[in-house]
Design a protein around this ligand. Sequence first.
Ligand SMILES: Nc1ncnc2c1ncn2[C@@H]1O[C@H](COP(=O)(O)OP(=O)(O)OP(=O)(O)O)[C@@H](O)[C@H]1O
Ligand SMILES: [Mg+2]
Length: 251
Amino acid sequence: MAKRQAATAAVEVDKASFSYKNIKAIDELTLQVPRGISFGLLGPNGAGKTTLIRMLVGLLKPKSGSIRILGQTPSRQTAHLIGYMPQLPSLYTELSVIQNVNFFARVYQMNDKRQRAKRVEEVIRLVDLWQRRQDSVMKLSGGMKQRVSLACAIVHQPPLLFLDEPTVGLDPELRFTFWEHFADLTHQGTTLIVSSHTMDDAAHCDRLIFMRGGGVIAQGTPNELRKATGKADANLEDAFLYYIHREDKSV
Ligand SMILES: Nc1ncnc2c1ncn2[C@@H]1O[C@H](COP(=O)(O)OP(=O)(O)OP(=O)(O)O)[C@@H](O)[C@H]1O
Ligand SMILES: [Mg+2]
C-alpha cells in the first residue's frame, strides 16, 4: 500500500474541461506532475492558469475528464493535503498578521497550541514580517500582503502547494528569498505548482507547461524548452514565443 502511494503522481489530469457558462476556460487538458518538484504554469492572461489551479484544489469541478491529487479526487477530505495561495490574497484585513496566520493554522487543525505558536512565528519570520506581526493587514503594502498570504498557505506544511502568481509585486531580494524557500520545500518532498508570467520564475521551476486557450502547448524542463527553439542563446521568453508562433502556423 505504502509503495503504491509513493508511486502515484502529485497531480494527474486526464482530458479535463471547464467552462464558465459560454467561456471554455480549460479545454481537454491532460497533465502529470511527479511528486517533489516545482512545476510552473506559464501563459498569457486568460490562458486558464487560475481555473486549472481552482480545479486542482477542489473549488471547481471539471465538466468532463478527471483530476486526481496525491491519488485522490479533490474534495473536502483532501483539503488538509493542500496549501493554496490565491491570485488575490484572501486575508482578513482587519485582523493582524499573526491573527491571520494563526487563523489558517487552526483551520488546518494544528491543535497543539505550543506547536502552533512556534510554527506561526517560524513562517512569519520566513516572510520577514515579524516586526509587523501586530499590524492589521490593511496597513501593509501590496507585497507584504502577498507575503502574509504565502505564510498562511504554508503554515500547516502541506505536501502539495498551489501558488497562483506568488511573486507578483515582490522586490527582487524577496523574490530570491521566496525561491530559496521553495527549493527547500521541494527538497523536503513538497510538490509546488506555481503560476507565473515571469520567465525569472519559470527558470527556477524543475518542469514547466506553457498554456494557451485552456490547453498545454508545450512542456518540459526549462532547458528542454529553450533547446527546442534551435537557438543556442534562447531564453524562456524566446521559447514561449517560439511555441506560440508554431501553434499559430499550424492552425
Ligand atoms: N469567474 C469567472 N466567470 C466567467 N469567466 C471567467 C471567470 N474566471 C475566469 N474566467 C474566464 O476564463 C478564462 C481563463 O481565466 P483564468 O483566470 O483561468 O486565466 P489566467 O491564466 O489565470 O489569467 P491571468 O494570467 O490573467 O491570471 C478567461 O477567458 C476568463 O475570462
Ligand atoms: Mg490567473
